[in-house]
Design a binder for this molecule. Structure first.
Ligand SMILES: N=C(N)NCCCC[C@H](N)C(=O)O
Ligand SMILES: O=C(O)CCC(=O)C(=O)O
Ligand SMILES: [Fe+2]
Length: 369
C-alpha cells in the first residue's frame, strides 16, 4: 500500500463535484401520495449518501424555525450560569454519560475538545446509575427548558423514521425489507447533545471538536448561524491527493481529501449518516469524518440529535445493499465485490465501547498505537 503523499495540498478545485453539500427537501415524505416527488427525494438521498455521507435536510415544512431558535436561547442561558450551578447536573452524579460535561472534559483522538455540553439519552425503564449509560437524564432547572427540548426530541424521532423510510426507498428495498429496517429503529436509543463552544484559542493543542464519525444511524444537527465552524472531510480512497494532517491514523489509510465548511442554512438541519449505515450497506455508504474549529469571537451553540437504532438492534449488511453491490459494473482489473466485509454488531454494545473512550484520554490515545 503506497504511503499517502504529503507533498501536495488539495483544494476544493481538486474536488469540483465535492465542494458543497447537497440540499434535500424531505417534504414529499411528510404527507402521503406524491409518488414522483418521493422517488426524486429518495434518489437524491441515495446519491448524497454514496458521494458525501453528509447533506442538508430542508425541514422548513416540518418545523417552525422559531422552535430551534428558542432552544439555543435556553442553551445560552444555561451555559452562562456559574460553573457550580452547571455542576449540579454533572455527569458524575449519574451514569457518567448523562449530564453536564465541563469545557475540555470531552476527549476526541486523545485531545481535549474545547467545548462544554449536556448529553441526554433515551430514558430507560429501571435506571441504575452504577451501570454505564443506564442512569437518568439531568435537566437544568431553567423554566421551559425541559418542555421545549422534549418537544424537539419528539420531532426529531419522527424525522428519523421519515428519513429512514426515504432512504429505504433510495436503496430499492421491498416493502418487507423496509418494515424490517424500520423495526430496528422503532425504539431508537437516541442521544441529544447541547453543545457550547467558546472561541478556540490560536495556540490550543486540539480542536473545538476533533475529527470523528458519528456512531449510529442519522445525525440531525441544528446549529446557531455562526459560520466556519463545522467541517466535513470529503475524499475517497483512490483519490489520493493529500493526507489530512489531523484525521485519526486508523482512518488515514490511502485516504485523502479536503475539509469543507458546512455552514448552517436557514430552514435546514445538517444531516449525516453514522457507522451503523456503513454496516447496513456493507460499505456502500460511508460515514464521513467531521470536526469543529470555531475561531470567531462569539460563543457558538449547536444541538445535534442522534437518531440511533434500538439498543438491542442487531446490525448487519442489508440484502438491498448487497444487491446493489452485486450489480456494480465489472471493469477489467477490478476485483469482484466481496460480501460480508462488515461484521455485524449489536448497536448498544458498540455504543458502550465508544462512550467509554469519550472521557478517557488514555483510552482514546491507545486506539492509535
Ligand atoms: N454521539 C456522538 N456521535 N458523539 C460524538 C462526540 C464527538 C466525538 C467523540 N468525542 C469521540 O471521540 O468519538
Ligand atoms: O457542533 C457541531 O457542529 C458538530 C458536533 C458533532 O459532530 C458531534 O457532537 O458529534
Ligand atoms: Fe459528530
Amino acid at each position: 500500500m503506497a504511503a499517502p503523499s504529503r507533498l501536495s495540498y488539495a483544494t476544493t478545485d481538486d474536488y469540483p463535484k465535492l465542494s458543497s453539500l447537497p440540499i434535500i427537501d424531505i417534504s414529499p415524505y411528510l404527507s402521503p401520495g406524491n409518488r414522483g416527488k418521493r422517488m426524486s427525494t429518495a434518489a437524491a438521498l441515495h446519491s448524497a449518501c454514496l458521494e458525501y455521507g453528509f447533506f442538508y435536510l430542508d425541514i422548513s415544512k416540518f418545523v417552525d424555525p422559531k422552535e430551534p431558535e428558542e432552544l439555543t436561547r435556553l442553551a445560552r442561558e444555561f451555559f452562562a450560569l456559574p460553573e457550580e450551578e452547571k455542576d449540579k447536573i454533572a455527569l458524575r452524579n449519574e451514569d457518567g454519560a448523562r449530564g453536564y460535561a465541563r469545557l475540555k472534559e470531552n476527549v476526541t483522538n486523545g485531545l481535549a475538545d474545547n467545548h462544554e455540553g449536556i448529553d441526554f439519552y433515551r430514558p430507560v425503564e429501571s435506571p441504575d446509575k452504577t451501570k454505564p449509560l443506564w442512569g437518568s437524564n439531568q435537566w437544568p432547572s431553567i423554566p421551559g427548558f425541559r418542555e421545549r427540548y422534549e418537544a424537539w426530541i419528539e420531532k426529531m424521532k419522527q424525522l428519523g423514521v421519515i428519513v429512514m423510510e426515504a432512504m429505504a426507498a433510495g436503496l430499492g428495498m421491498t416493502p418487507e425489507e423496509c418494515e424490517d429496517l424500520k423495526s430496528q429503529v422503532t425504539d431508537s436509543f437516541w442521544v441529544m447533545r447541547i453543545i457550547g463552544y467558546p472561541p478556540l484559542p490560536n495556540d490550543y493543542q486540539g480542536f473545538s471538536c476533533g475529527a470523528h464519525k458519528d456512531y449510529g444511524c442519522l445525525t440531525f444537527l441544528y446549529a446557531d448561524p455562526t459560520p466556519g465552524a463545522l467541517e466535513v472531510f470529503l475524499g475517497r480512497p483512490g483519490h489520493l491527493v493529500q493526507t489530512a494532517p489531523d484525521i485519526p491514523p486508523s482512518e488515514n489509510v490511502e485516504q485523502s481529501g479536503v475539509w469543507i465548511k458546512a455552514d448552517p442554512i436557514p430552514g435546514c438541519v445538517v444531516c449525516n449518516i453514522g457507522e451503523m449505515w456503513e454496516i447496513w450497506t456493507n460499505g456502500l455508504y460511508k460515514s464521513t469524518l467531521h470536526r469543529v474549529i470555531h475561531r470567531s469571537s462569539n460563543y457558538r451553540v449547536s444541538i445535534p440529535f442522534f437518531f440511533e437504532p434500538n439498543f438491542d438492534a442487531y446490525i448487519q449488511p442489508l440484502p438491498a445493499a448487497l444487491r446493489i453491490q452485486d450489480d456494480e459494473p465489472q471493469r477489467p482489473g477490478k476485483p469482484a465485490p466481496e460480501h460480508k466485509k462488515y461484521e455485524p454488531v449489536v448497536y448498544g454494545k458498540f455504543l458502550l465501547s465508544k462512550v467509554a473512550n469519550n472521557f478517557d484520554t488514555n483510552g482514546a490515545k491507545s486506539r492509535y498505537n
